[in-house]
Design a protein around this ligand. Structure first.
Ligand SMILES: *Cc1c(COP(=O)(O)O)cnc(C)c1O
Length: 365
């Protein structure tokens, strides 16, 4: 596969090659059906097996207890920003939001539209350009809140919660769009988790959500059907036609993840990738200038740094492209370089990048 580039795009992003090759093999004749999985009814037994396998792989890989439901939703992470408060904030129910980046802020702003008097922003690091996460003594969670919302990984600015905030009995609600399943973690403190698939799980058009039964029971039942978590849960995410091909690809990705040792093995690789790349950045910290100031808050999914000038940033991106690496240009408002290295990025890919960075600093530093 010599014509495949090394893909560091932030999202949609790289998928594991074996998951794509499986799709290629199964494309024209899925399991003897004589057609592709895209062409089959979502009520057929062939598709149903894929749907169930994808759900059970999420549960198995993450060790999800029985009091959680796995949901497949549409509308991206963005619709979840609205659906969460629509379902959970009514009457005098309030929620707290941690503001650690653009996506976290968007979630807060949408909640403000839905329930203007019921949401509160706490612990923002916006004044510091989101270069770190707030420390526990910088925010206080209302013990009566219906939930505490956070974004587990800041895709744009490159921070990541390695230890989740302790909110006591207040359920956590998390946008995990850019790091869901990057490692095993305890889902029990979470009332609801949602993740757009196109970063760490599969193609766009699909949101994977986990909702705890007690949270589900609190959800409103007087919303339009498509906006109700309860209806999607009751219908096992088959209330309407789900994005069947995206769910099929999720199945391929998760089956691959299982075959390489599950999330513990994936975490070890992700940590090794982080050590390698941050090791290079720290070695040349006058040349590769990291955005995130607190090392404990560094994301192993999205790594932001700047070179000493805009011209060098541009040269870095252009030279990397010539060396077979794409997707390194920083986010529009932040500039610089962003390396997105989700589960599908291998340690070898990061080695190629770091070798390139060594040569680049030697030639331009
Ligand atoms: C990309 C991203 C989103 C937006 O997801 P859409 O599927 O485009 O709506 C939301 N949250 C985070 C953390 C993201 O990285």
């Amino acid at each position: 596969m010599s014509n495949r580039v090394i893909n560091f795009y932030a999202g949609p992003a790289a998928l594991p090659l074996p998951a794509l090759e499986r799709a290629q093999r199964e494309m024209l004749d899925f399991e003897g059906a004589g057609m592709s999985v895209m062409e089959i009814s979502h009520r057929s037994k062939e598709y149903d097996a894929v749907h169930e396998e994808a759900i059970s792989l999420v549960k198995e890989l993450l060790n999800v207890p029985d009091n959680f439901r796995v949901l497949f939703l549409q509308g991206g992470g963005n619709l979840q920003f609205a659906m969460v408060p629509m379902n959970l904030l009514y009457g005098d129910r309030k929620a707290d939001y941690l503001i650690t980046g653009n996506w976290a802020e968007k979630a807060y702003k949408e909640a403000k539209i839905v329930a203007p008097d019921n949401v509160r922003a706490i612990g923002s690091t916006k004044d510091e350009d989101y270069c770190r996460l707030p420390d526990p003594d910088e925010y206080q969670v209302d013990p009566k809140a219906a939930y505490l919302h956070l974004c587990s990984n800041n895709t744009i600015y490159g921070t990541q919660w390695h230890e989740f905030p302790d909110a006591g009995n207040v359920p956590l609600v998390a946008d995990m769009s850019s790091d869901f399943m990057w490692r095993p973690f305890d889902v029990r403190p979470f009332g609801l988790i949602y993740a757009g698939a196109q970063k760490n799980l599969g193609p766009s058009g699909l949101v994977v959500a986990l909702i705890r039964d007690d949270m589900l029971e609190q959800c409103r039942t007087d919303l339009p059907s498509m906006l109700q978590y309860r209806i999607h849960a009751d219908k096992n995410s088959l209330y309407n036609t789900p994005p069947t091909f995206s769910i099929y690809m999720l199945r391929n990705v998760l089956a691959h993840n299982k075959s390489i040792g599950g999330l513990a093995a994936i975490e070890a690789t992700n940590l090794a990738k982080g050590e390698l790349l941050y090791g290079c950045i720290d070695k040349y910290s006058g040349f590769y200038i990291p955005h995130v100031t607190n090392k404990a808050h560094r994301s192993v999914m999205n790594v932001d740094f700047k070179l000493p000038s805009k011209e060098l940033d541009e040269k870095f991106v252009a030279d990397a492209k010539k060396a077979g690496m794409v997707g390194l240009k920083g986010y529009r408002s932040l500039g610089g370089i962003r390396v997105s290295m989700y589960n599908a990025t291998t340690l070898d890919h990061v080695k190629v990048l770091v070798d390139f960075m060594e040569r680049f600093v030697a030639a331009n530093g």
